[in-house]
Design a protein around this ligand. Structure first.
Ligand code: NAD
Length: 293
């Protein structure tokens, strides 16, 4: 199946950039959130990312300014926003990127089941929830699949395609093809906790969280040591702030519950989430974000 039109539900940390990736691959895309201000933030993120990429190409003399301006207009022209599922009646592929809570995802999938054409594939960007359980909220679980991007979606090349128990081979293959259509690299995974990437990533990050907790050293000091050693572009605590503490905590708890104590849940992260401090998106996490910080 070729995707002529797509949609993204949820315009937060992931959704705006996912919509940008789709539009940049010349596929029209509708971005939906619950409030106009969230839609606008997602669309602004898509514009900022597109401009940044095109400016980079102009600086490297791979594009003229005129070509960049034309491409910017072309990409942004393919992006529309809605708070009411407007434009979902003729989509071929939907990617849901709403908060990592089963009841919210199932409610969205039930709505999508009613509002999209029967052939449309309904995909979830979930980091850890069961695709089979999400799919059970629809009348077409065979067309429900996991479609897991990595942060930041406009940069990271990999997308995990996850089969639920009832996902059809046709739907999984269509999802793999769509990953390539939007110029990313697909891998197929089973519905195992953490899929592939988070299972590997969290195994090592768990040890850093554990070390911080046991040693009492500051998160700033540990992050700095890691970046100074050029082991990673940023330390794990700062990265967690960018990803969203609620999302990272959910994945960490899911891995610990599934595989035992070799996966660690950082107590400070639990405390911060309980206080509503979710990282960059709320202005406070392990670090303070925003102007002057
Ligand atoms: N943050 C990451 O690094 C990351 C990486 C990979 C996957 N994910 C997954 O992507 C999903 C979204 O995560 P996020 O970090 O973008 O979350 P987020 O909290 O930043 O954004 C979620 C957005 O969904 C919107 N929303 C809530 N209910 C909605 C509804 N019914 N209809 C439309 N929009 C609705 C919210 O208003 C918000 O703007 C989660 O499943 C998460 O596990 C996140």
């Amino acid at each position: 199946m070729f995707v002529f039109k797509a949609a993204v539900v949820g315009a937060g940390t992931m959704g705006g950039e996912i919509a940008q990736v789709i539009a940049a691959a010349s596929v029209p895309v509708v971005l939906k959130d619950v409030k106009q201000e969230f839609v606008d933030t997602g669309l602004a993120k898509a514009r900022e990312v597109t401009e940044g990429k095109l400016n980079g190409l102009v600086a490297k003399e791979k594009l003229t300014q005129e070509q960049a301006d034309e491409q910017l207009e072309g990409t942004l022209g393919l992006l529309t926003g809605t708070t009411e599922y407007e434009g979902f009646g003729d989509v071929d592929f939907v990617i849901e990127a709403v908060p990592e809570r089963m009841e919210i995802k199932q409610a969205v999938f039930a709505e999508l089941d009613d509002l999209t054409p029967g052939h449309a594939i309904l995909a979830s960007n979930t980091s850890a929830l069961s695709i089979s359980e999400i799919g059970s909220a629809t009348s077409r679980p065979e067309n429900v699949v996991g479609f897991h991007f990595f942060y930041p979606a406009s940069v990271m090349r990999l997308v995990e395609v996850i089969d639920g128990d009832l996902t059809s081979e046709d739907a999984a293959q269509a999802a793999v093809n769509f990953v390539m259509q939007i110029r990313k690299n697909p891998i197929r995974c089973g519905e195992d906790p953490g899929f592939v990437v988070n299972r590997i990533l969290n195994a090592s990050v768990s040890e850093i969280w554990r070390h911080q907790d046991e040693s009492g050293r500051s998160v700033e000091e540990i992050d700095k040591e890691i970046t100074d050693a050029k082991a990673a572009p940023m330390g794990p605590f700062y990265l967690t702030d960018l990803l969203g503490l609620d999302t990272v905590l959910h994945v960490a708890q899911h891995l610990r519950d599934s595989y035992g104590d070799r996966f660690y849940v950082h107590p400070k992260m639990v405390e911060l989430v309980e206080q509503g401090n979710l990282g960059q998106k709320s202005g406070q996490g392990y670090y303070t974000h925003g102007e002057g910080s």
